[in-house]
Design a protein around this ligand. Sequence first.
Ligand code: KG4
Ligand code: ZN
Length: 361
Amino acid sequence: MRILAIETSCDETAAAIVEDQDFKPVVLTNIVTSQLKVHAKTGGVIPNVAARMHAEALPAVLAKATKNQKLNYDAVAVTVGPGLIGCLLQGVSAAKSIALVTGKPFFAINHMEGHIYSAWLAPSKVEGLPPSEFSVINSQFSIPELPALVVIVSGGHTELVLMERHLHYKLLGATRDDAAGEAFDKVARLLDLPYPGGPEIARLAKEAREKDVVPDFKFTRPMLHDKGFDFSFSGLKTAVRTLVEKHRPLSDAMKLMIAREFENTVADVLVEKTVRAVEEFGVATVLVGGGVSANDHIRLLLTEAFAEAGNLSALLMPPKELATDNAIMIALAGYFHAQKGEYIDPAHLTAKGNLRLENRA
Ligand code: KG4
Ligand code: ZN
């Protein structure tokens, strides 16, 4: 089966065609048009600007993904939520129109489900070294053992989820305030770095490690005293703001120190809570997804934690280029909907900005 997938939940207009060959996905096309340059100027995503840009970009993105209609497909999948409603509606109405006029099977995908299934493309097993980069086209598609612990770290979500069966999700914990990616973005703004802040902070933190710039302060690791699986990152952001205000104008060395200690703090909390959840729920696999899972330091600490623990058959993370939003992941989730016969009537579907992982579209 070949699935045409469309993703427009935030600031990437994406379409892809993925073919399933004996449960090994082969990516035939993968088009992502990013709005980042525009949003970098305003320091963040302005929803109606983003929605308008999706509307303008979608026809060309779809034409490229289908190679100007030369590439056939058997089904259509689209991100239905969560996300910015005006943005979601663009992709959903395009996908509905395609499904309605072609009569092809249609799947409504939760964006977070896409991030989860993107980890299925992971090349690395836990006993390996830090995940190496690899070509998406030649990826190995290994279906991991369930139950799995899912770690979602994106710009809008930070969640630990227990997945006992495909397409069944039990929320174990979530952030009580800012998401991890949001914290990266807000701290970047405090350091006068452009949007999106995650890669910028990661770059400075890396430079600090390379130059051996060691922070002479320490941030509290939030929520580690709490035995549950919730997170909180807004206090950490406030701690950064207080430090920044005290040291204005910031020296380059101070920026390096803040980036390094902030990244260390987020990584420590994510890894510690993940390790605790693995121990408590005895899962076979950990799946990590979302834009923040592109972070090298977090990937390294997770890999080291489970390499040492030796109690896990697999730690699966998407290749870095598929950690942030794309349509391949929506097609991958679509396969599991197809397997379970979870087709949906396009005529009755609408976008849902606050869709939760546990609820069906
Ligand atoms: O999953 P995603 O592309 O969009 C949402 O669904 O939210 O995630 C975007 C988030 C942004 O907050 C961005 O700053 C963060 O992922 N991000 C990173 C890195 N690359 C992207 N955060 C930390 N380190 C990175 N290398
Ligand atoms: Zn996302």
